[in-house]
Design a protein around this ligand. Structure first.
Ligand code: PLP
Length: 377
């Protein structure tokens, strides 16, 4: 019996990636610029509907950093951030000497809770500082409550940065994630829905914003024959080699999303008859989730006292990777002193939630192995 490791989410090449990489070598564009970088940007722009200029960068974290800079965040400012997320959503706030203000999730999309968000904005303003930006996340590819969050950002006139690192291809009422806020952030890390081995992008509203992002990402060189600088710059541009992988991956993005959604369906059927386990699902037909990862919530009271950690260990014993949901930032030692608004929704999800293998490259045999472990558990 084949017992190779089943991963949560692993790279899945489409076939043409190496063709674009070969082209880069053949034309000697082995540099952080070139035809693959522009080609990948234009693929992304077209995919997102053609109205949002995209700057290809070295990582999603770099894109968040530049979005905060372009939103005017600087030393001593406060930035609101969804607490339940990967630390990369929050770290760039601290790079800038600003303070993260963490906000709880709501139980429907597991993303930033509009009520707690408004409470945080009002309280920070009452304490004398209006937040400089809001970072909201589409966790596991599930769109956040777009209308409510966008309305609050507009009402209080605070730039909205959409962390869409996990949500390329997800949409809400037909509009793609990454295009709702003032800036959108994408990631192409090795475990994401498409990968460039490492990479990211900033989705902008105007060409001038994209040009400024590229300027900052290429060491902020002024227009002069010598090296002249009036701003602090960064080395954040995407390599033309990595962008070649991205062009190949864009050709299979939609088919890979379909396969991830099939994995969600597989788990929905598998757990249908099992009391005490809820599979994370779209709340209504307005939501289209790429199901980057499928997650479940285990109610141990209904599972003879067994909890998500017991299930994780049972899967691990069978060489199957699974992982608890993101540990909320307000519970992380490094952010212990940051203010927090909300209740225990994110905390409860962290306690009871588990992400299951969700890759677009899982085989029928992999699914049988997963079924066997879960059924006997
Ligand atoms: C992966 C991820 C990032 C960071 O992207 P990198 O490309 O790895 O820097 C940011 N936010 C979220 C929610 C992510 O999942």
């Amino acid at each position: 019996m084949n017992n190779t490791k089943i991963w949560l989410s692993s790279p899945h090449m489409g076939g043409n990636e190496q063709k674009y990489v070969q082209e880069a070598f053949d034309t000697n564009w082995v540099a952080p610029l070139g035809p693959n970088v522009s080609g990948f940007e234009s693929d992304l722009e077209q995919y997102l509907g053609g109205h949002y200029p995209v700057a290809a960068l070295s990582s999603g974290t770099a894109a968040l950093h530049l979005a905060l800079i372009m939103a005017g965040v600087t030393t001593g400012d406060e930035v609101i951030c969804q607490s339940m997320t990967f630390s990369a959503s929050a770290n760039p706030i601290v790079y800038l000497g600003a303070t993260p203000i963490f906000v709880d999730s709501e139980p429907v999309t597991w993303n930033i809770c509009p009520q707690a968000l408004e409470e945080a904005i009002k309280d920070r303003m009452a304490k004398g500082k209006k937040p400089k930006a809001i970072i909201a996340v589409h966790l596991y590819g599930m769109p956040f409550q777009v209308e409510a969050v966008v309305a609050l950002a507009r009402a209080y006139d605070i730039p909205l940065i959409e962390d869409s690192a996990e949500a390329l291809g997800s949409h809400y009422k037909g509009q793609f994630c990454g295009t709702f806020g003032d800036f959108g952030v994408l990631s192409f890390n090795g475990n994401k829905i498409i990968t460039t081995s490492g990479g990211g992008a900033l989705v902008c509203r105007t060409t001038a914003q994209k040009d400024h992002a590229v300027f900052l990402a290429t060491q902020a060189r002024d227009a002069a024959p010598h090296y002249q600088h009036s701003h602090i710059g960064y080395n954040y541009r995407l390599s033309n080699i990595c962008a070649g992988i991205g062009r190949g991956q864009m050709e299979v993005l939609n088919s890979h999303i379909a396969l991830r959604r099939k994995m969600n369906e597989f788990y929905t059927n598998l757990f249908e008859s099992k009391a005490g386990v809820r599979v994370f699902q779209e709340p209504s037909a307005d939501y289209f989730c790429n199901f980057w990862l499928t997650a479940i919530v285990v109610d141990s009271a209904q599972c003879q006292g067994k909890n998500r950690e017991d299930l994780r260990l049972a899967l691990e014993a069978a060489n199957i990777e699974s992982r608890p949901l993101w540990k909320p930032m307000h519970l992380q030692p490094v952010f212990a002193s940051a203010p927090y608004y909300g209740g225990k929704v994110a905390e409860q999800l962290f306690d009871d939630g588990l992400c299951l293998p969700s890759g677009s490259n899982l085989t029928d045999n992999d699914c049988e192995r997963i079924t066997r472990v879960i059924n006997s558990f």
